[in-house]
Design a binder for this molecule. Structure first.
Ligand SMILES: O=c1ccn([C@H]2C[C@H](O)[C@@H](COP(=O)(O)OP(=O)(O)OP(=O)(O)O)O2)c(=O)[nH]1
Ligand SMILES: [Mg+2]
Length: 148
């Protein structure tokens, strides 16, 4: 694990009093992030859950929003756009898009952990357009070409 990098975070008015995203254990990859709102996710419903936080991720990094496995397994609650992408130049409120795939309504209370945030380095690419690509053993095979 590399050394932690500082990330500027700003609490919005409705984020006052909430704990900042935090690693539950020393070896955690993701910081659990809490909801800033009370909401009931009805079956099939999607909602962008407020966190009350805005941030300035250093250039060259992103934050990925990932589901919590416990919510997914026990309640069918997940992140439909996982891994959600938080760009380094985004200054709006971090929102956690949740979907309830379960059969029962899922109440979320303010302060409850709804997802986890993974900080990751980003490499941007520049296209090198060519007329021909090199040949490989795989070639155009994909989508199960090597068997089940
Ligand atoms: O789960 C998410 C995903 C995105 N965002 C914010 C931060 C991100 O930097 C911005 C744009 O996200 P994305 O590029 O995934 O969405 P888009 O549909 O392509 O919107 P845009 O046209 O604004 O890029 O929205 C969130 O708060 N939560
Ligand atoms: Mg985008």
């Amino acid at each position: 694990m590399t050394d932690p990098i500082p990330v500027q975070v700003k609490r919005l008015a409705h984020g006052e009093g909430l704990e900042l995203p935090h690693y539950a254990t020393g070896g955690s990859a993701g910081m659990d992030v809490v909801s800033a709102e009370d909401i009931v996710l009805e079956p099939g419903m999607r909602h962008a859950v407020a966190t009350g936080l805005a941030m300035a991720i250093p250039h060259g990094y992103e934050i990925q929003v990932r589901p919590r496995s416990g919510l997914a397994l026990k309640h069918g609650v997940s992140v439909p756009n996982t891994p959600g992408t938080i760009d380094s130049d985004y200054r709006g409120e971090l929102k956690i898009i949740l979907i309830n795939h379960g059969a029962e309504a899922f109440p979320i209370r303010r302060g409850e952990r709804v997802a986890q945030l993974v900080v990751a380095p980003v490499t941007q690419a520049v296209w090198d357009e060519v007329g021909e690509l090199d040949s490989t053993a795989r070639g155009e095979g994909g989508f199960g070409s090597t068997g089940r």
